[in-house]
Design a protein around this ligand. Structure first.
Ligand code: URA
Length: 434
């Protein structure tokens, strides 16, 4: 087989066989297929797409490029979750302890973020002492004892995806549905859970800007999951404005505590309950979605989810007292500023992507892999879309350990659109694909 012939075949719109896709992924991961040929191939996929069979073959070729986690030492049905990413997305911090509180084992590997804010691992590291690196034995024992462990990605999972993603990033080929779907699903399959709930974000702050595109991505991933006998459910949720109020790291942990204690913002709480309800049904705890949703809402109110969060923090070496006193015990920024409303009226929109960029300018995220993160940095919104505001009322607080620049302030201020009419309410959950 020659790579040039396979590039030509894809360029001309013909489907590739499994053996051909295996040849490409093995050759690229092993180094015999150079970046320039792989770049041409990725662009051909970008324009010609891939059918369902090809996408599944690509996914499995990437799974087989590295190790697959063996979670068989953990009792129960292991259910993972994954979000396609957005601004202020702290759902894993909430959903993990919530489903663990009712007995679903959560054995999760998460990443550090590249982008607007840190990833789940960075957010957890804003808790003093929290250890994200457990041995495999410690990981398994902790999940068996407490039903939850969240660790930083270790081992050699999907090396093909890592190499491919880096190339896609610099060849304008990230936003291709078969490439995104196979990238995400390869990691989920290699992580070893029995079932997975995907939170596919749609809107200005998401990869997928339109509902049809989000649906197509969701359907593609569900099809891949089913094709390899992994129960897979996708929920499509809104990312036209940041999720909840907090965008950053420590402030997102603080907001997670509020939701886990039953005092969270309505939209964020609904997304978390929706994802968690599907996870607990997949895990065999409840018979159906409505029953699960109602029961889990009760778990938030009862304090059981918060108690589980404390146990989880303590088990991983963190200070559980942050749950009772987050304002004092989480890192606090040296500088704070307020963004005030330039007019009276109603918040029409809050452009999520711009809020994310402003948070990154404050130090909450990283542009390159090894950059440090300022856990105390970020933005805490005081108003959401549809809220009434008075002239001069605070719309958001900015926090940073570096001086707050006019650029960050302008970026945030331009993300808020204030108008005189109350806007239509934004949907929170658009669809469920299973
Ligand atoms: N997230 C991933 O893991 N892969 C993609 O290709 C896009 C988003």
């Amino acid at each position: 087989m020659r790579m040039v012939d396979l590039i030509q075949k894809k360029r001309d719109g013909h489907p590739l066989a499994k053996e051909e896709i295996d040849f490409i992924i093995e050759g690229f991961t092993g180094g015999s297929i150079p970046d320039y040929q792989m770049s041409a191939f990725l662009m051909a996929v970008y324009f010609q797409g891939m059918d369902a069979e090809e996408t599944t073959s690509l996914t499995m070729a990437m799974v087989n490029s590295g190790d697959v986690m063996d979670l068989s030492g953990i009792r129960g049905v292991k259910v993972d979750k994954h979000s396609t990413g957005g601004v202020g997305d702290k759902t894993s911090l909430i959903v993990g302890p919530l489903v663990a509180a009712v007995g679903v084992p959560v054995a999760k590997m998460s990443g550090r973020g590249l982008g607007h804010t840190g990833g789940t691992i960075d957010k957890l590291e804003s808790i003093a002492g929290f250890n994200v690196e457990l041995t495999e034995k410690e990981f398994v024992n902790q999940v068996n004892e407490h039903k939850i462990a969240i660790v930083s990605q270790t081992g050699n999972l999907t090396p093909a995806d890592k190499k491919l993603y880096a190339l896609r990033d610099v060849t304008a080929t990230v936003s291709s549905i078969p490439l995104i779907a196979s990238s995400i699903m390869s990691k989920k399959i290699a992580s070893g859970a029995d079932a997975v709930v995907l939170d596919v974000k749609v809107g200005s702050g998401a990869f997928m800007k339109s509902l049809p595109a989000a649906r197509e991505l969701a359907e593609t991933m569900v099809r891949i999951g089913k094709g390899v006998n992994k129960k897979t459910i996708a929920v499509i949720t809104d990312m036209n404005q940041p999720l909840g109020y907090a965008v950053g790291n420590a402030n997102e942990v603080m907001e997670a505590v509020q939701v886990l204690g039953g005092r969270g913002e309505a939209g964020l709480t609904r997304v978390c309950l929706t994802v968690a309800a599907h996870m607990t049904v997949a895990g065999g705890i409840y018979a159906g979605f409505d029953q699960a949703y109602a029961a889990l809402a009760g778990v938030l109110q009862s304090g059981r989810a918060l108690t589980k969060f404390k146990q989880f923090i303590q088990a991983q070496g963190g200070n559980p007292a942050v749950v009772d006193n987050p304002g004092e015990l989480l890192p606090r920024a040296r500088y704070q500023a307020q963004l005030k409303s330039p007019a009276a009226g109603y918040v029409q929109s809050i452009v999520a992507e711009q809020v994310g960029t402003a948070a990154m300018l404050l130090g909450a995220g990283r542009k390159t892999k090894n950059e440090p993160i300022d856990h105390a940095a970020g933005i805490t919104l005081q108003k959401k879309v549809g809220d009434k505001v008075e002239y001069g009322e605070v719309l958001a607080y900015l926090h940073s350990n570096r001086e707050i620049t006019p650029r960050a302030m302008t970026m945030l201020s331009e993300s808020f659109i204030i108008g005189t009419q109350r806007p239509e309410e934004l949907p929170v959950v658009y669809d469920v694909i299973e």
